[in-house]
Design a protein around this ligand. Sequence first.
Ligand SMILES: Cc1cc2nc3c(=O)[nH]c(=O)nc-3n(C[C@H](O)[C@H](O)[C@H](O)COP(=O)(O)OP(=O)(O)OC[C@H]3O[C@@H](n4cnc5c(N)ncnc54)[C@H](O)[C@@H]3O)c2cc1C
Length: 371
Amino acid sequence: MISADVIIIGGGIVGCSTAMNLSQYGKSVILLEKDVAGRQASGVNAGGVRQLFRDICEIPLSLASQKLWNQIDSLVSSDCGFRPCGQISLAENEKEMHDFEVRVELLKSMGYSHEKLVDKKQLKQIVPYVSSHCVGGLYCPEDGVADPYKTTRAFFNKAKQLGAQLFEFHPVSAIERTAKKWVAVAGSKRFSAPILVNCAGAWGGHIADMVGDHAPLSKMASVLTVTARTAKFLDPVVLLEGRKLSFKQMENGTVVIGGGFLAKMDIETEKPVIDFTELKTMAQTVIDLFPFLKQLQIVRSWPGIMGMMPDHIPVISPSENAKDVYHAFGFSGHGFQLGPIVGQIVSELILEGRSSLPIDSFLIDRFTEDK
Ligand SMILES: Cc1cc2nc3c(=O)[nH]c(=O)nc-3n(C[C@H](O)[C@H](O)[C@H](O)COP(=O)(O)OP(=O)(O)OC[C@H]3O[C@@H](n4cnc5c(N)ncnc54)[C@H](O)[C@@H]3O)c2cc1C
């Protein structure tokens, strides 16, 4: 039996960030990952570091996480490829622009000023080559982009350096309870600790079931596409208000396109298959916005598996039914930016029994019918 103070299941950015934070506070940590840490969503995502257009209840976490991104090198001894190039959501008509105005007023009434309205003239300065049908935007200049695999591995390496025991290729197949401890079974090995943390991403619902909790988590596969290199034409990440699109030019000139285009996925084998009708819609959206890219060649598309909650916000919560178990999963396609702060929040829950940031909206019991 291998023992520690805490067992973490899942080596994505959330699990690695939790392992790093707990190790920093002197806790002994075992992290169990079924594949390679960063193999799933955390290592293959679009790398968007975005406060823009967050669900209202995620804003305090997102703003706090941004402060950690701004000092990411001192946190994990790697720049994580983070570039604060800004993110902008575009309005293609007056109705969408009006929606932006309403949102900015709401945020202002709550004391937030990180999202800025941009008119047509300002938009042309920020995104000079965008189609002239766009009427304005909502802009967060502090936002940016990072290298997802480099980032997840940086948290993993930092946790290791601080003494965490990290086990890759160790799928947890069973969880048992003894008088005082949790035992996680992975292959022929058994691991024990008084505290268990579920950071299993799209598989978090399955781990929750194993300890007697329930969360209506579903799996979806979202696709990213990268093009051949082209001359520099874009600084910020571009999103759309009315259609699916996330669009960024990398420093090497390639363009990475995503924004929720889905692959078909065989739930049994978890093998996603690229849906070319979705890719056609994606290409048309890009051409509508940047017509001069019509001849740009697609080089590669790849899917990543996301854990989706019905209300599109994560579970960050002590267990409802099991003693000394904590959950942080179901980030519904936008958990990369939150990763640094969520590790801190889970550590606070374990060490102090409370979170310094509001997490009431993320509790797992929000799905309990007779609550
Ligand atoms: C294509 C795509 C683009 C995205 N773009 C962005 C973006 O631009 N910005 C953003 O903020 N977010 C983005 N996301 C979402 C983001 O990637 C995820 O929300 C985030 O990575 C979730 O991190 P995680 O650690 O919870 O999950 P994961 O990265 O999925 O990690 C969970 C880990 O648990 C492991 N695991 C599961 N079950 C077990 C078990 N039984 N035993 C051991 N290990 C287990 C898995 O192998 C996995 O490595 C995107 C996602 C996708 C798929």
